[in-house]
Design a protein around this ligand. Structure first.
Ligand code: NCD
Length: 302
């Protein structure tokens, strides 16, 4: 079996729990002990789409484990701009590195890379499809906040149609016990039908609404998302929904006790900065956990 992280669909609950346990272990190892774990290994970060956290946290994770990093953060300065295929890029980079982390605008691109690569491949986001390393760090964050993931009520808010972070996390949560899903979006950005069908098949409760206040007052986790402007075929459609949900201080005053707001970031205006210093804000904790989970992912695959 190839060592890859491409889609939550490929993983069972046991595998997910292994990653969560490994992250807990890695978090306890002092930095000065970790620094020799992957010395001599090279990670290639191939980012065909913009990124701040995902790329930098994978790179920082590798450096903290004592490895080195090569790669690109945009394609203009690479042979991709001359017309090189994804396949040829992979056939090249696999010679230079021990693990490849790839983000691409095309759905399925990471799967193609994994099928042909001789070294492990991690999907760092493929179009509107999947973002499994984000999901593992989201689960890790939820587990740290609540102790257990089973039985939680989780709201997904915003762009449920195009957000790959939502698609991956919905699939992952559906593998846990008795999760209650509240899907909050404008009519035009509803969660695609096949994800909803999976939730129903697995006997989770699932309710759709456009009411963010309901999510704030009734859920344990409110997972906010950015409206994915770059995925809209029609700019006018984006204009209609771009500011549909925004959490401010007044809204969190009605929140359920212990509720945590998560967001994969970047935020545009879904959460006002005035919310950041409240106990409800969990998104910068998520960022911190990203570095740990990505150390777990790299060390597990290598
Ligand atoms: C997300 C992504 O790229 O899908 N960002 C991230 O990796 N943390 C979310 C987004 O861009 O809205």
């Amino acid at each position: 079996m190839k060592r890859v992280l491409i889609s939550i669909d490929d993983m069972n609950l046991k595998k997910i729990n292994e990653y969560l346990s490994l992250a807990h272990k890695i978090e306890k190892i002092p930095d000065k002990e970790k620094i020799s774990l992957l010395s001599g290994k090279i990670l290639a970060a191939l980012f065909f789409e913009p990124s701040t956290r995902t790329r930098l946290s994978f790179e920082a994770a590798m450096l903290r484990l004592g490895g080195s990093v090569i790669g690109f953060s945009e394609t203009a300065s690479t042979s991709v701009s001359k017309g090189e295929t994804l396949q040829d890029t992979i056939y090249t980079v696999e010679n230079y590195s021990d693990i490849i982390v790839i983000r691409h605008n095309r759905e399925g691109a990471a799967r193609v890379a994994a099928e042909i690569s001789r070294v492990p491949v991690v999907n760092a986001g493929d179009g509107a499809n999947q973002h499994p390393s984000q999901t593992l760090l989201d689960l890790y964050t939820i587990q740290k906040f609540f102790g257990s993931i089973d039985g939680l009520k989780v709201a997904f808010v915003g762009d449920l149609k195009y957000s790959r972070t939502v698609h991956s996390l919905v699939q992952a949560l559906s593998k846990f016990e008795k999760i209650k899903f509240l899907l909050v979006s404008p009519e035009s950005l509803r969660l695609p039908g096949h994800f909803k069908a999976q939730l129903v098949d697995q006997k989770h409760s699932c309710h759709e609404t456009s009411d963010l206040a309901e999510a704030m007052s009734s859920c344990d986790v409110v997972y906010m998302t950015r409206i994915q402007r770059e995925r809209f075929p029609d700019a006018l459609e984006y204009e209609k929904v771009k500011d549909c949900f925004c959490i401010n201080l007044e809204m969190v005053s009605h929140a359920r006790k212990g509720m945590k707001i998560l967001h994969p970031l970047p935020r545009v205006n879904e959460i006002l900065p005035e919310v950041d210093s409240t106990p409800f804000a969990g998104y910068f904790e998520q960022v911190r956990n990203g570095l740990i989970m990505r150390q777990a992912i790299i060390s597990s695959l290598l």
